[in-house]
Write a protein that binds this ligand. Structure first.
Ligand code: PLP
Length: 361
């Protein structure tokens, strides 16, 4: 059995670290905004190259709080190919998600299409670094609107050595358990270079308070909790090594599937931290069934482009309006990948895919 992801090797690798931290936390009994969150915020900022990091309750909260800080309520442009939570977060901030198409080779948001869809009313852009690969963020930032980067799948990613926060004031991360850096529950963070911004983001996540019981600004309750920070502090020192493992496995799949009929590879730069390994597959449903019958898991990230979700119909985009995203959603398939996965397992997966398309199954 080869699942699409397996968290156990990473959890076991960091076990001593999180057990010690949990013991110390249970002695201290301060479960909200204490030592582990503070320590994690410093360490995560350093790991991403940002000056500040603010721990929050989820990736969606990280995007929402950034937009709240901007005070944005109008249309906000994001990619049509992303997790629904990119758009859910825009709605939670009181804004309306609008969508741009993707580049068919990389599946990242298309800066030209985004530029064409900007109107006078467009209040902000939430570009997504999908599957761990930075999108063309410099071009998005040049479109002249405030930018909140959805880096929920891109922990540790930089653009030609530059931290993501050099391109826009906010980079939002999710610590959903399967991410490159995951908690054992929900969690998130906002990275920022500006100290005043970071200070205000800390107030917004904590009910608008400044440590006491007076709310100074309109806030939400979306704090990262100490329990999750214990796990994150224990996992963070392994992030680089785990990202390298992901890169190695993705490169292995690329080489094994490059000339496989029926498979189209997704283009990646060396900046990618390879959160997911995604191919475009002909006869996808049949391939998935074939793999499942042989004990191999797969997934689809994501089956429906966001403009066709009933909850996001406000954008007013009908089927056919974002053709690259719509076609990608019919073809993309996520193959198994996790830190600690053996190359022999990736080899088995690639062999099965090749056999399926060779017609000898
Ligand atoms: C691209 C993207 N954006 C936003 C989110 C939302 O993160 P969370 O689940 O932590 O709220 C996720 C993760 O699910 C994601 O993958």
């Amino acid at each position: 059995m080869i699942p699409v992801a397996n968290l156990r090797p990473a959890i076991l690798q960091a076990e001593t670290g999180w057990r010690n931290r949990l013991d110390a936390l249970l002695d201290r009994c301060q479960f909200i905004l204490g030592q582990d969150v503070r320590e994690f915020e410093s360490a995560f900022a350093a790991a991403t190259g940002a000056r500040h990091a603010v721990g929050v309750a989820s990736g969606a909260a990280a995007i929402e709080i950034s937009l709240r800080h901007l005070g944005i309520t109008g249309p906000v442009l994001t990619s049509a190919l992303t997790a629904p939570f990119s758009a859910v977060a825009i709605q939670a901030a009181g804004a309306t998600p609008h969508f741009a198409d993707i580049l068919p080779d990389t599946l990242q948001i298309d800066p030209d299409d985004a530029g064409n869809r900007i109107t006078r009313r467009t209040a902000a852009i939430v570009p997504v670094h999908l599957y761990g690969q930075p999108c063309q963020i410099a071009r998005i930032a040049a479109l002249g609107r405030p930018v909140v980067q959805d880096a929920c799948q891109a922990h540790g990613a930089r653009v030609a050595g530059r931290a993501l926060t050099r391109f826009s004031p906010y980079a939002a991360y999710s610590f959903y358990p399967t991410k490159n850096l995951g908690a054992l529950g929900d969690g998130g963070a906002i990275c920022a270079d500006n100290a005043a911004t970071a200070r205000r983001l800390r107030e917004i996540r904590d009910g608008g308070r400044r440590g006491g019981q007076v709310s100074y600004v309109r806030g939400v309750n979306a704090r990262l909790d100490e329990l999750q920070a214990c796990f994150l502090n224990a996992f963070l020192p392994h992030l680089e090594e785990w990202n390298q493992e992901r890169r190695g496995l993705a490169a292995f799949y690329d080489a094994a599937l490059r000339d496989c009929p029926g498979v189209r590879l997704v283009e990646r730069t060396s900046d990618s931290v390879c959160h997911l390994y995604v191919i475009r597959a002909r006869r996808r449903a049949a391939l998935r069934r074939y793999l499942a019958e042989r004990g191999i898991g797969s997934a689809i990230h994501y089956p429906v482009p966001l403009h066709l979700h009933p909850a996001f119909a406000d954008a007013g985009l009908k089927r056919g309006s974002l053709p690259h995203a719509e076609r990608a959603c019919r073809e993309i398939l996520t193959l198994p990948l996790w830190p600690g996965m053996a190359v022999s397992q990736a080899s088995q997966v690639a062999d099965r895919v090749r056999t399926f398309y060779s017609g000898t199954q």
